[in-house]
Write a protein that binds this ligand. Structure first.
Ligand code: SIN
Length: 333
């Protein structure tokens, strides 16, 4: 195959451990994230030349713990602009693992393209023995160049697995198989140039989504329920003018009685309240462990608190505020 007929894939770098460097190759925790440029990342993977023609852009150089709404806007808008170009077949975003699941879901709900958009990352810095970034990058480009990946929404290629942005979450602080899609599992696999999808994404996303990034990022915060918790955090957020609160509840989204009193008053003050769970898998049933009808709250279903926050922000920004309408949003996306 001649290289000029290979698909053209845009690689947008934002930083993270995949672009991290340590002073010593044996270090996998003590390093600085986001210091290696996109061209150096690409040069470390000569096999990319057999898969795609690469267009590279350095969008940012951040540790993803510092991801911002402004950077989300920049990224989503740049993806939309590139996806509109006939000569771009797909887009890869290199990102830190720490907030990858939030950025991936944000893009899943806001970019307007059927072209593959694939996030990838690494658990070990680029300088490490057995760095995982180069193979993850090669696999992400391989997925982005694959026709089957079209129309599946935003994907995450990591450790030979392909996850949907909606379901994926980071589950280990150190392991190279750090990502899981609890309950629903992976979408498929990528290995040695072969991409195989085993299920499809069913919830609405990308072209079917009513949401877009805009000037508005309503203040939505997360509180956690735990033994001995008070209503203090909820009251402070309401006093600060919060528009929405996601509760990382215990179990099936249950909430301590003390905090519940604060949430009742928050709903009365016009704050949207969503019940999610701190458990990490499973779902939160409407009117299950707490009465959403009585509280005026919304259940997050299978979305974890961080993804529920992303969806609530977008819904509020789009003017969806009433609890019933918000519940329908949480069921559709
Ligand atoms: C980050 O999220 O930017 C640092 C951690 C990582 O990428 O694993």
């Amino acid at each position: 195959m001649t290289t000029d007929i290979l698909p053209r894939i845009a690689v947008l770098a934002t930083g993270g451990t995949i672009a991290g460097r340590a002073g010593d190759a044996s270090m996998t925790a003590g390093y600085k994230a986001g210091v290696v440029g996109v061209n150096d990342l690409l040069d470390a993977v000569p096999a990319l030349g057999n898969v795609a023609r690469i267009h590279a852009e350095q969008i940012a150089s951040v540790d993803s713990k510092d991801m911002s709404h402004a950077l989300w806007t920049t990224l989503a808008q740049r993806i939309d602009a590139l996806a509109a170009q006939d000569d771009i077949a797909g887009i890869v975003v290199t990102h830190g693992t720490d907030t990858l699941e939030e950025t991936a879901y944000l893009l899943h709900l806001t970019v307007k393209t059927a072209k593959p958009v694939v996030l990838t990352a690494a658990m070990r810095p680029s300088s490490a023995l057995s760095a995982d970034g180069p193979l993850n990058l090669l696999n992400a480009v391989t997925v982005a160049a694959c026709a089957q990946a079209k129309g599946q929404g935003v994907l995450v290629a990591f450790n030979n697995q392909i996850h949907s942005a909606r379901d994926v979450t980071k589950t280990s602080t150190y392991a190279v198989d750090a990502f899981r899609s609890p309950e629903v599992g992976v979408l498929g696999f990528v290995q040695d140039g072969r991409v195989e999808f085993q299920r499809a994404v069913t919830k609405a996303h990308t072209l079917a989504s009513e949401f877009a990034v805009g000037a508005q990022w309503p203040m939505v915060e997360i509180v956690t329920s735990y033994a001995g918790v008070s209503r203090m955090a909820v009251d402070a957020l309401v006093a600060a003018g919060v528009k929405g609160i996601v509760v990382a509840g215990t179990g099936n989204g249950s909430i301590h009685a003390s905090m519940t009193q604060g949430l009742v008053d928050a709903v009365k003050a016009g704050v949207a309240v969503v019940r999610a769970s701190r458990v990490g898998s499973g779902h939160v049933m409407r009117n299950g462990a707490a009465s959403d009808d009585a509280l005026g709250s919304v259940s997050a279903g299978t979305l974890n608190p961080y993804k529920a926050r992303v969806l609530l922000m977008l819904a509020l920004a789009a003017g969806v505020e009433e609890a019933g309408a918000l519940q329908r949003v949480f069921e559709r996306y």
